[in-house]
Design a protein around this ligand. Structure first.
Ligand SMILES: [Zn+2]
Length: 311
């Protein structure tokens, strides 16, 4: 038996916000991105409804280590010490010692980590399985190709399921609710990289997946069109952020201008209730911080580079 089941973790009491995926094959059970610990109660219920408990899981496959995808991992291992955790090498040490990851998240969501993500525990080294990209994982009778897809984060991989052509792309292809017409860029600090991201789009598209699966939220059935639109939207918001940075030195004013323009675009493209759900979930303020940091760092690198040339 081979099955792929989407589990809605109902993050912050909202359906269609964060999805975990259960992959079952010949008695092997793996979960892609279990979500944060704050939604573990829902995850357990979802598993129980299928006659499964955390103790029955064999592996966790992380697309990347952001808390909304990977935060529950340490707590799950406390419950099931046999779990194998697959993670890109750039994220491995942060799973083993999440102090820096939590400090970085605390800067983005001051005082709110507990309510948003719950308890984040270290993952013992013995449980970690390091990925570089390029591996093929055999899970029961299913095989998954691992592709390194940085851009949203330096530690991001995607999993390609050869059995049905699904590409599990985590956050590499934006925020998009299944069936809706708009893909919203999600570009958090500290390590978004638009050039690397563009290469990741090529890597995903060139494998011609039958469909994408996004953690936020669900399937997208026309991967080529989805990626083309996401490229365009990400580029447009990057240009918007760069323009705002040129027009003001004030971070707060910049943030407000970006969030206002981005919210307006979402509201123009989606029905009111859907627009509100997108705006609640996709962290426009965080995307501003990511894009503005990316442009500032590039400008600094250009200045340092030209100084070095004139010296
Ligand atoms: Zn992420």
């Amino acid at each position: 038996m081979l099955s792929t089941t989407v589990l809605d973790t109902n993050w912050m009491g909202r359906a269609r916000s964060i999805a975990a995926v259960l992959l079952e094959s010949s008695g092997h059970r793996a979960m892609i991105d279990p979500g944060p610990a704050s939604t573990l109660g829902t995850l357990r219920e979802q598993l129980a409804a299928r006659g499964i408990s955390v103790a029955d899981l064999n592996a966790i496959l992380l697309t990347h280590i952001h808390l909304d995808h990977a935060g529950a991992t340490g707590v799950l291992i406390r419950e099931n010490p046999n779990l194998e955790v697959y993670v890109h090498k750039a994220g491995m040490l942060h799973m083993a010692d999440p102090a820096k990851l939590l400090a970085s998240a605390e800067r983005l969501w001051p005082g709110q980590l507990q309510i948003l993500f719950g308890e984040t525990l270290p993952v013992p080294f013995a449980n970690l399985r390091v990925l570089n990209g390029g591996e093929t994982l055999s899970l029961g009778s299913r095989s998954l190709e691992v592709v390194y897809t940085p851009g949203h984060a330096s530690h991001h991989v995607s999993y390609f399921d050869s059995t049905d052509g699904t590409a599990f792309v985590g956050d590499a292809a934006g925020f998009h609710i299944e069936g809706e017409p708009f893909v919203v860029p999600v570009a958090p600090p500290p390590d978004i990289d638009l050039e690397a991201w563009s290469a990741s789009f090529d890597a995903i598209a060139s494998r011609k997946p039958a469909r994408l699966f996004l953690t936020h939220f669900g399937y997208s059935n026309d991967p080529a069109a989805h990626i083309a639109e996401y490229r365009k939207n990400l580029q447009r918001w990057s240009t918007l952020a760069a323009g705002i940075l040129r027009s003001t030195q004030d971070q707060q004013a910049g943030l407000e201008a970006f969030v206002a323009a981005a919210s307006k675009e979402i509201e123009q493209r989606l029905p009111k209730a859907e627009a509100e759900h997108y705006i609640f979930n996709c962290g426009l303020n965080i995307t501003w911080l990511g894009l503005s940091r990316y442009h500032r760092k590039r400008a600094e690198a250009a200045t340092t580079g030209s100084k070095a040339r004139t010296n």
